[in-house]
Structures are given as structure tokens and as C-alpha cells.
Design a protein around this ligand. Structure first.
Ligand code: PPY
Length: 497
């Protein structure tokens, strides 16, 4: 293929003829404009130009080749003709880079909140807005933390805790921690290696990672970064086109993924206002809402821009189909009631995650921890608990090993942690994730000794007082670390004069 000059590309800078450059390759995306899940406007911003920097954090590398017909690849750009635009470094960006250089050393990181504080300071504002945002008034995201503080320990003494061991099995697979890495999307918004930071750290330390459907890295890149014995799960957003989902699931199974966590709490994406406002800023305040044929607004922040493929018609009727296309263990992620927990059990599934999607979906949904108590009671009607046939996981708001131990004492098999691990790699890459594991180990060791348990199996409901868990009124201790890193919502801004 002959080289195409950047000047030729620049001649195709409109909706009538739109060429873009991604990773040195020239594509004709004119016909694709109306189909782009993020809307045409964002592509047109890069019409006739190099779009690589904007493309990379949001799309896995193979997205463009899977979605565009082969003939739309026009050839490589002639590198000699590319004029590098001089980047204007804004004051905000300069400050961010300064803070990046002045990060605390990893030795000074003593808890998971520290990672969040560093990430908040050093992340580009768009990334921080996307990651930290939750829906509506962000009540549920805070309740996720508060719920743990309404459960108190009833520790036992004189139990010879010279040796304590927190390793366990999750869905039958060995895990060095009673914690798995939950799926969080778009890792490259926060670090150039994105989700690979998690995969590499998890492989080294025997921790299980749940791969997100919307990872920035491609599924195969993640699998290729894993060590041979590494256990990986897959989080699934179900596509309106079931053939795409089937291919994806079966490919995952072939590559050795062990369990499928189907997200069931996001038939439509929550309104995350911090993320939405960021988009307004970027579009110069003129957010022209594009209603696609799905009715999902596409111009409202990073998340909503790419959510239109998710199928809101997903129902219990689809469960037998999932069972017919895979032998992987199937778990529903985002269950919130005993009724649905029992249905999942009766449908023969392997488990559920009691989750409110990190507070990003239905605001004022209860915490997973609170739901756990009722769900375990309901599941006891199907046999003694714990039940080897069915696992109940909890996620949302976990920042301390004591949180993990409380959930397990109340009947959870293990606990998912999403944001905290993500912030650890945003701030320090793979090493940050490894340090986060170390913090969990240190806190688990201390807390298990102080509670009087030597193994995860010994965590039983009598070791906690959860009598106040359902009380949504009353005094809760102030969580200083969380409050000082948690960014309050802001109101609409007046135009500058
Ligand atoms: C989330 O942001 O909460 C997600 O689960 C990921 C996501 C990202 C973009 C569209 C849909 C879901």
C-alpha cells in the first residue's frame, strides 16, 4: 500500500468525507459516523487528523479493525508529512504534572484511601470525573462505606492466633486473598498500561481478576499478560446483538476464563453528574444531546457515550441461553433482593454479587452489605449456609480488611474491590496494585488476630453485631479519611465574564 500524506488526509475533514489517522493508519470512517456508539460529533472533532490520543483510552486496540470493513483501511500515513502539533500545556496540566512528580513514595502509602487521594490529584480531570462519579445525589456510594461502620465486631480472645491464614477459594479457585479485583472500565484513562497493571500484579500474587467488558486493553492483551496458572473471571455486558455476546463468551471460555459475571443492574446507565459535567466542559458548554434509536443519550460524559450497545431487554428468560453457550460458572452481578437471589439459585446459577455498581446506578439503592443479611436468611431455605453450590459476593465501598471480614462473617464467600485497586494503578502502576495487596494482607493479619480467627472458615456471624445495619438513621462515626478524599458534588457554574 502506498503512503498517504497527512495533507491528503486533511482534505477529508467533514461528514461528507471523513478520514482519520489511528496509530499511523488512515481510515475512511464516513459511513461509520452514524453508527459510532459515542456519536459522530466526537469523530468529526478529529476529522482529517490524528485521533490516536483520543482513541486509545476509550477503545481496545482492535476495536477499529473489528468494526470497520477491511476496505476502509486506506493505507499508512507518510510519517514525513505529519506535522506534530505543538501541545499547549495548560496551567492545570502543568500543575498536574508537578503533582505527579511530587507523589508520595509508595512507602508512605499506608491505606487504600491514600491511593484515592493521590489519584485524585494526579489524574486528568476527565478520568477522575468518570472514575469517581456515582449517580444522582451520590447517596448510595457513601452509604456503601457507612454500612460497614454500622457493623461492629464481637471479638473472641485466648484462641492462639500465632498463625493466621487468609487464603481461600472463590468459586472453587484458589485465591491468596478473600478479595477479588472487580471489573472497572476504561483503565487507560488513568494509566497507559490500563488493566494490564492489575493482571500482572494479580498473576504475581495469586489474586483473581474480573476482566471488564469495557476494558481499555483488548481481552486478548489481558489474557496474554496473565501467567499460565492465573485465574481470571469475565464481567459481561450483554450486547443487543446476541451473536457478538456469544462469540465473546465462547472465546473467553476457550482462553481459559473460569467464570462469567453478567451485569444485571445496568439496563440503562445511571446519570453520573460529575462525568456529565466534564463532557459539557469539553464541548464548550453546548452539549447537543444526540438521541439514537435506542433512546439513550449519547452526549453525556464518557460512560453514556459508549453504553448504547447494552441490551435493556435482558431478562430471566435469557438465562437458559447463557447456560447453553458456556460451561463457565455463571454469576449475576448486581442483585439486590432476596427474591432475585432465590431466583438465581433456582435457575441453577453459581452465585450472585450483591452490588449497586459502586453507587453508579440506582441512587439510594441499599448497600450490598445490608442486602447480604436478608439474602443469606432467604438462601437458608434452600439448605444450610454456606452452601457449596452457591456463592454470594458483596462489593461496594470496601477499603479495609475489617470490611472484608465483616462481609464474610455475615455469609459472603468473598468480596469484590473495584475502585480502590484502580486508583492504586492510576497512582503507581503495577507496584501500586501490589502495595494494595500488601495493605490488605497486613490489615487481615492484624484484624484476624484481634477478632480471634485463624482461617477464613472460622469467620461466623456471632463475631459481628449487625443489629444496627438496617437503621438508616442515627449517628454514624465520621469517616475522616473517606470524607477528605471524597469530592463533594458541585452545582452548575455561571459563565465567566
Ligand atoms: C461504569 O462506568 O459503571 C461501567 O460499568 C462501565 C461502563 C462504561 C461505559 C458504558 C457503560 C458501562
Amino acid at each position: 500500500m502506498s503512503l498517504i500524506s497527512a495533507q491528503t488526509v486533511a482534505e477529508h475533514a467533514s461528514a461528507k468525507s471523513c478520514w482519520i489517522i489511528v496509530h499511523g493508519k488512515v481510515y475512511d470512517v464516513t459511513d461509520f459516523l452514524p453508527e459510532h456508539p459515542g456519536g459522530s460529533k466526537i469523530i468529526l472533532k478529529y476529522a482529517g487528523k490524528d485521533a490516536t490520543e483520543a482513541y486509545d483510552p476509550i477503545h481496545p486496540p482492535d476495536a477499529i479493525t473489528t468494526h470497520l470493513p477491511k476496505e476502509k483501511y486506506l493505507g499508512p500515513v507518510d510519517p514525513k508529512t505529519v506535522v506534530r502539533e505543538k501541545k499547549v500545556v495548560t496551567e492545570e496540566e502543568r500543575k498536574r504534572q508537578e503533582l505527579m512528580a511530587a507523589r508520595p513514595s509508595l512507602d508512605e502509602i499506608v491505606n487504600l484511601h491514600d491511593f484515592e487521594a493521590v489519584a485524585k490529584a494526579i489524574l486528568p480531570p476527565k478520568a477522575w470525573a468518570y472514575y469517581s462519579s456515582a449517580s444522582d445525589d451520590e447517596i448510595t456510594i457513601r452509604e456503601n462505606r457507612a454500612a460497614y461502620q454500622r457493623v461492629w465486631f464481637r471479638p473472641r480472645v485466648l484462641r492462639d492466633v500465632s498463625t493466621v491464614n487468609w487464603s481461600t477459594t472463590i468459586l472453587g479457585y484458589k485465591s491468596s486473598l478473600p478479595v477479588y479485583i472487580s471489573a472497572t472500565a476504561l483503565g487507560k484513562l488513568g494509566h497507559p498500561d490500563g488493566e494490564l497493571n492489575l493482571t500482572r500484579a494479580a498473576g504475581k500474587h495469586g489474586v483473581i481478576q474480573m476482566i471488564p467488558t469495557l476494558a481499555s486493553c483488548s481481552f486478548d492483551e489481558i489474557l496474554d499478560a496473565a501467567v499460565p496458572s492465573q485465574t481470571l473471571f469475565l464481567q459481561l455486558y450483554v450486547n443487543r446483538d446476541r451473536e457478538i455476546t456469544k462469540r465473546y463468551v465462547q472465546h473467553a471460555e476457550k482462553r481459559g476464563v473460569k467464570a462469567l459475571f453478567i451485569t444485571v443492574d445496568a439496563p440503562q446507565l445511571g446519570r453520573r453528574e460529575k462525568d456529565m459535567r466534564m463532557k459539557f466542559v469539553d464541548e464548550g458548554g453546548v452539549a447537543k444531546v444526540q438521541e439514537g434509536d435506542t433512546g439513550v443519550k449519547k452526549d453525556e460524559g464518557v460512560a453514556r457515550a459508549i453504553s448504547s450497545f447494552i441490551d435493556p431487554s435482558l431478562s430471566w428468560k435469557d438465562i437458559p441461553w447463557f447456560k447453553s453457550i458456556t460451561n463457565m460458572a455463571i454469576v449475576l452481578k448486581g442483585v439486590a433482593t432476596p427474591q432475585d437471589a432465590l431466583m438465581a439459585y433456582d435457575y441453577g446459577l453459581a452465585g450472585i454479587v450483591l452490588s449497586n455498581h459502586g453507587g453508579r446506578q440506582l441512587d439510594t439503592a441499599r448497600s450490598g452489605l445490608e442486602n447480604l443479611v436478608e439474602v443469606v436468611e432467604a438462601l437458608k431455605t434452600r439448605g444450610p449456609w454456606p452452601n457449596p453450590r452457591f456463592a454470594v459476593f458483596v462489593d461496594g465501598g470496601v477499603r479495609r480488611a475489617s470490611d472484608v471480614l465483616k462481609a464474610i462473617a455475615l455469609g459472603a464467600s468473598a468480596v469484590g474491590v473495584g475502585r480502590a485497586f484502580m486508583y492504586s494503578f492510576c497512582a503507581y502502576g503495577q507496584e501500586g496494585v501490589e502495595k494494595a495487596f500488601q495493605i490488605f494482607r497486613d490489615e487481615l493479619e492484624m484484624n484476624m488476630r484481634l477478632i480471634g480467627v485463624r482461617t477464613i472458615d472460622e469467620l461466623t456471624p456471632d463475631l459481628v453485631d449487625a443489629s444496627a445495619l438496617h437503621a438508616h438513621v442515627g449517628l454514624t462515626p465520621v469517616d475522616n479519611l473517606y470524607n477528605s478524599t471524597y469530592q463533594p458534588l458541585s452545582l452548575a457554574k455561571f459563565k465567566a465574564k
